[in-house]
Design a protein. Structure first.
Length: 423
């Protein structure tokens, strides 16, 4: 297979990255008053579950206004019974019927159905803060709806920026929406730089755990099983993001997210491996100093920061014992054994449509791997094949992004599904 060309240091990098050294949105002089009314998109996923733990711990600070939970009727019904939101969202009629049967008597929320349910909930007039934690490209349309409605958006859906970072930046300017990053790495960077701005920043440094296969070579990776890849050493996450973490694609997507979020040129965003997952990221300033954000590897830290911004809320987590930790180590990522990080960096440099192709091919490949249809090393091979075959096209609105996303998914699934069925 022809290797996808390395564009990460090409003369076009700065131009295509459109570095502005400006944060993606305004920051409010004053935040929404407490109690804050929350809409949670993806409440039955790991981020949504953790967010509701924060709400339960601070009942006077938050009113859960709306929950959207895909097809997990049982868990959504439990969440709804506990918090009594006025709106619920699910993806299909069967789930809606099951959900309604499970709700307690005397409680009759409005139940919205279909993909439009998410966009409707995202733009609810009464919501102060929208937590967008849907997995994958499915989170783009609801996130954009919340931004266009001028909401404070606690963003845990990195794919929204990977697919449409420029569009979301423009929409924030038009509506006055505020983006607060929930991903632990970007939340760490936000905390490091938002007080002084980005002008004195030399570079942003994203940390990666290295996943369960850190130090493995390609030969050893050939035999990786689904169970091994889902066994992350530090973080408890959903299946898709756990696989992405193991391949370093999660860090590749976060690299693209950081460039869009902070308006940084790609050569000014670096990735280093930090196996302990205690330093969540670092900002390097022009005077040679580094500001690092440290904390336990638990998403409640970042979620609580965003939901309470600019106030800090208690999480109930035990403080770090630095003496017990003993040491913190750092090393370079191995992009030979784990090429997904390199592919993401090259895709960003090549232009916006390449990022769409990267994400779509990855989502299909990860799903095929989880279903036992392809091998672990087929994941980066699948992505590289799609990127190599792609010629840049204009993706300047939601419709063109979703059309390309659908096209790449269909082609990837047809090729790799047929390939595996034929042995």
């Amino acid at each position: 297979m022809q290797q996808y060309s390395n564009l990460s240091h090409s003369p076009q990098t700065v131009r295509l990255g459109q570095a502005s050294r400006e944060y993606i949105s305004r920051l409010p002089a004053t935040a929404a008053p407490f109690p804050r009314r929350l809409a949670i998109l993806g409440s039955t996923g790991s981020i949504g579950v953790s967010a509701l733990k924060i709400c339960a711990a601070h009942p006077d600070e938050f009113q859960v206004l709306a929950l959207a939970g895909g097809r997990n009727a049982k868990l959504l019904a439990e969440q709804a019974a506990a918090f009594r939101p006025a709106w619920l969202g699910v993806l299909d009629d069967d789930t809606a019927a099951e959900l309604i049967d499970l709700l307690p008597s005397g409680y009759a929320p409005t139940v919205l159905v279909g993909e439009s349910a998410y966009t409707s909930i995202a733009a609810l007039d009464w919501a102060d803060v929208v937590l967008s934690c849907i997995v994958g490209a499915a989170g783009l349309a609801p996130t954009l709806a919340a931004v266009r409605a001028g909401k404070i958006v606690a963003l845990a859906n990195k794919e929204s920026l990977v697919l449409a970072g420029g569009i979301i930046r423009q929409a924030c300017r038009a509506s006055g929406a505020v983006i607060l990053p929930v991903d632990s790495e970007h939340n760490a960077l936000f905390q490091a730089v938002h007080a002084d701005g980005l002008k004195p920043v030399r570079s942003l440094i994203l940390t990666a755990s290295g996943g369960p296969f850190r130090g493995w070579d390609k030969e050893r990776l050939r035999s990786v099983t689904r169970a091994q890849a889902l066994n992350h050493p530090n973080w408890s996450m959903g299946a898709k993001i756990t696989i992405d973490s193991s391949t370093l694609m999660n860090k590749g997507l976060e690299f693209i997210e950081a460039c869009h979020l902070f308006g940084m040129a790609p050569q000014d965003v670096r990735v280093i491996v930090h196996p302990q997952s205690i330093v969540h990221s670092l900002a390097e300033f022009v005077d040679g100093s580094l500001l690092a954000h440290m904390g336990p590897p638990d998403m409640r830290v970042a979620i609580a920061y965003c939901l309470g911004f600019p106030e800090r809320l208690g999480t109930g987590l035990a403080p770090l014992d630095l003496i017990a930790l003993g040491q913190l180590t750092f090393e370079a990522p191995d992009t030979q054994a784990f090429p997904c990080l390199r592919l993401a960096q090259e895709a960003f440099a090549a232009g916006p449509s390449h990022s769409v192709v990267l994400n779509a091919a990855n989502e299909v490949a990860v799903d095929l791997f989880l279903r036992g249809r392809i091998s672990y090393l087929d994941i980066p091979a699948c992505i590289e094949a799609e990127l190599s075959a792609h010629t840049s096209v204009t993706v300047d609105d939601l419709e063109s992004i979703l059309a390309l996303d659908h096209e790449v998914r269909a082609r990837t699934l047809a090729h790799w599904g047929e390939r595996t069925e034929q042995g």
